[in-house]
Design a protein around this ligand. Structure first.
Ligand SMILES: [Mn+2]
Length: 393
């Protein structure tokens, strides 16, 4: 099972993070529900693509979080309600609680073959009519591609290799909220002031004349909750809350979702915390907190255990400016997660080839870098950064 790295904001920059923490409050939203970042022509283009499609192929990003999966499922349920066929693809498998969202069982990790013959057959895939096939028989060819919460095509992960031919042939609707989105779509619905891609999807469905009902509303609310840490981030606007309220009115179960997404945790993760917190140390007079997650700890914690929430924990300790988690990835690299409420950790991560956002970022060190080497490199870089900041203050 893939070690899901948890939910946006609790995690670091090896995945897309939520909208940047520096996004100002969207005062324009109090006047209306629409986005000023998306033009009328873009909305019309998106509606035209969806209305004209009989079969929509929807992609989420690799290492999925609640926003990409909630957006994908919310859109899919609604389109199915309009009589359209959907095929859902995400390169990595889901773990709980995302795997429990309605419709999650239908998400494929590989691109199915399609009947035009233009795309190479893939074995052992589900066709879009939901029938498992291993004989190269394919589903109907899609009319349009939609990506949700995907800032750049490389975020699709391994499935992009098999999907490249489709991307070359079909119109692509790119729905996202990352300000770094590279606008790869034929039509781009990119609103950096949206707290979640699910917020943009909800606006789109309203314009489509199909405001989310159950079960779509549940999925979209899961997306909003994930990226806003239950409406706690400063990317959360009045518009976010209004749209979320509409989802709750449609029947989305706010309290159970928030509990499952943010308070309930797998037993394996709790066991991992019990080991990892034992390595918690402070540096720079308490302004840096760091801890380590080793392969041994991950193995002892059991299958599926991941370090969700640990980086946020280190960064939120009183007096700490930068929290660091150094994790020995099962697949080789050393992953470093950086969190801060005061320092631009994306800039720090960028020095090591990583990135992310001001308050949540990450980088990785390829093998044969050891945990100790990664730790020394990060501690000295962060200490020097804090010293430089103090000197310039
Ligand atoms: Mn997102």
């Amino acid at each position: 099972m893939t070690a899901l790295t948890g939910f946006a904001g609790q995690d670091e920059g090896r995945r897309a993070a939520p909208a940047p923490a520096s996004v100002p409050l969207d005062t324009s939203a109090s006047a209306g529900r629409d986005s000023e970042a998306i033009t009328e022509a873009e909305w019309r283009g998106a509606l035209s693509l969806l209305q004209g499609a009989g079969h929509v192929l929807i992609f989420g990003h690799k290492k999925p979080d609640g926003d990409t999966i909630g957006s994908l499922l919310g859109l899919s349920h609604t389109l199915q309600g309009l009589g359209k066929q959907t095929t859902l693809v995400c390169a990595d498998p889901l773990s709980d609680p995302l795997a429990r969202l309605p419709g999650a069982e239908g998400i494929l990790t590989q691109l199915p073959g399609f009947s035009s013959g233009a795309v190479p057959a893939r074995d052992g895939v589900l066709t879009s009519d939901g029938v498992a096939r291993s004989d190269g028989i394919h589903g109907a060819y899609p009319d349009v591609i939609v990506t949700v919460d995907v800032a750049a095509l490389d975020r699709l992960g391994a499935v992009y290799e098999s999907a490249a031919g489709l991307f070359a042939r079909l119109a692509v609707l790119n729905i996202d909220h990352h300000y770094t989105n590279d606008r790869f779509g034929t039509v781009n619905l990119v609103d950096p002031q949206a707290a979640a891609a699910a917020e943009v999807v909800t606006l789109l469905l309203q314009r489509l004349g199909a405001p989310p009902a159950l079960p779509a509303a549940t999925c979209l609310l899961a997306g909003m909750l994930t990226d806003t840490l239950s409406f706690q981030t400063d990317s959360t606007t009045a518009r976010t809350l209004r749209l979320a309220a509409e989802l709750v009115e449609a029947g989305a179960p706010l309290a159970p979702l928030a509990y499952q997404l943010f308070r309930q945790r797998p037993r394996g993760n709790a066991l991992l915390w019990s080991q990892a917190l034992g390595t918690l140390r402070f540096a720079a007079g308490g302004r840096i907190a760091w801890l380590e997650v080793t392969r041994e700890m991950l193995a002892a914690a059991g299958p599926g255990a991941d370090s969700t929430g640990l980086s946020g924990f280190t960064g939120a300790i009183t007096g700490v400016d930068v929290g660091i988690v150094i994790e020995e990835g099962a697949d080789g690299p050393i992953y470093v997660g950086l969190r801060s409420q005061s320092v631009d950790v994306a800039a720090l991560a960028a020095r090591f080839g990583g990135g992310g956002h001001r308050r949540a970022a990450g980088c990785q060190f390829p093998p044969p870098t050891t945990v100790a080497e990664a730790r020394e490199a990060m501690l000295s870089a962060v200490e020097a950064h804090l010293t430089a900041l103090a000197a310039s203050a």
